[in-house]
Design a binder for this molecule. Structure first.
Ligand SMILES: Cc1ncc(C[n+]2csc(CCOP(=O)(O)OP(=O)(O)O)c2C)c(N)n1
Ligand SMILES: [Mg+2]
Length: 387
């Protein structure tokens, strides 16, 4: 066999809105002014919500969380392209998608307060809870997409993950399965250039993440992830492909995590101010606002009013969440959300916890360990051991 070459194809790229707020009219999606303003409002709400959450976290009012600052266009662009019936399989940095899918500010804060009830609104929806173990959502998203295909539904599963997640086995297993089975899935990578302190370049020798689509025999596209329009168009096209039985798409949205990885991180120790400044100029919200102002869809006064409305909404949402937490908190409820039926070993741990909390008068009206759960015996053993 002579030497030859196997032509493996290519990936698309897409950019519509530049940093000055000018668009390529030929590539623009058809969106009315109401939808454009909705997109901008969601992006601005996400930004201000993260900024305020950062203050609350520093004051000890909420726990550690992962801000989305700089990634609003990638998230809102994909979120608004999705239909209610499309499944949403998130990681932990998709605030804009959650907002586009109707999550309340109260539930957002409850989530970061560690109150599971923040997820109560998910019942009966096509939204899966946050996945913190990196890339694990990429495999169960494949299962969801398979289910959609078996049920012959006109829907897709959109799974979100970061650049770092593409080094995990779960990403490769999930996307390969979807390709092999021709499933209605969209693998949406928010390439924000960093996985905590590991830069994108150390993640893979591939020049792009989008090109990994070629290896899996599926469609791949790299978009300007700080441009709402590019993300929206690429997501709509990927979803259409999925609905039409044409299989999965890998979307790589090029963006930047402008803030900390989580509130427990300090990026100054691993990246330069120069790099951060370069990305300030590509900020997705400034670009969208410039476009809307140029087109006279939004005035400076409208924007000021919007900022005031959003600030009030955030404050009210936080007050609601705090009141809920203060009137409902039961630390033992943490045990109730891991399995549908609590297995014996967790019942056992729950009773031990109940016993300790009772001793510290943490739970009002706490009762003796419930008989028959294994807890009573366990507490008995513990008491013996302590004696
Ligand atoms: C399996 C696993 N390994 C390590 C971690 C710790 N961890 C949390 S986020 C993260 C980096 C993820 O980077 P990326 O996928 O780029 O997402 P980003 O945080 O940038 O949104 C790591 C290593 C984890 N949560 N799960
Ligand atoms: Mg990342």
């Amino acid at each position: 066999m002579p030497r030859g070459k196997i032509e493996l194809g290519s990936v698309e790229t897409l950019s519509i809105l530049d940093c000055k707020g000018t668009v390529d009219e030929g590539l623009m999606p058809l969106l009315d002014n109401k939808t454009l303003l909705k997109a901008y409002r969601l992006m601005l709400l996400g930004r201000r919500l993260d900024e305020q959450a950062m203050r609350y976290q520093r004051q000890g009012r909420i726990g550690t969380f992962a801000p989305n600052i700089g990634q609003e266009a990638a998230q809102v662009g994909a979120g608004l392209a999705m239909k209610k019936e499309d499944w949403f399989a998130p990681s932990f940095r998709e605030l804009g998608v959650w907002l586009a899918r109707g999550m309340t500010i109260k539930n957002y804060f409850l989530g970061w307060m560690g109150i599971e009830d923040g997820n109560s609104g998910l019942k009966g929806t096509a939204n899966v809870p946050v996945a913190v173990p990196v890339a694990t959502q990429c495999t169960y998203a494949a299962g969801i997409a398979w289910g959609i295909k078996l049920d012959k539904k006109k829907a897709a599963c959109v799974v979100f993950f970061g650049d770092g997640a593409t080094s995990e086995g779960s990403f490769h297993e999930g996307i390969n399965f979807c390709g092999a089975m021709n499933l209605p899935a969209v693998y949406f990578c928010q390439n924000n250039q960093w996985a905590i302190s590991t830069p994108r370049k150390k993640q893979t020798k591939s020049e792009t993440i989008a090109q990994k689509a070629i290896a899996y025999g599926i469609h791949g596209i790299q978009v300007d992830g700080n441009d709402f329009f590019s993300v929206y168009v690429a997501s709509i096209e990927a979803l259409k492909r999925a609905y039409e039985g044409k299989g999965p798409t890998l979307v790589e949205a090029i963006t930047y995590r402008r803030s900390v990885h989580t509130t427990a991180d300090d990026p100054r120790v691993y990246r330069s101010e120069k790099e951060e400044k370069e990305w300030d100029e590509k900020d997705p919200i400034h670009r969208m606002r410039s476009y809307l102002e140029k087109k006279k869809i939004l005035t400076k006064e409208d924007n000021e009013k919007l900022e005031a409305v959003i600030a009030a909404e955030i404050k009210a949402g936080y007050v609601e969440a705090e009141a809920y937490r203060n009137s409902n908190i039961d630390p033992l409820s943490y045990f109730d959300y891991i399995y549908k039926e609590i297995p014996p070993y967790l019942k056992w741990q729950k009773e031990i916890a109940r016993h300790h909390l009772k001793g510290r008068n943490v739970i009002k009206g706490a009762t003796e360990p419930v008989k028959g759960t294994g807890g009573a015996a366990a507490v008995g053993q513990l008491e013996e051991a302590e004696d």
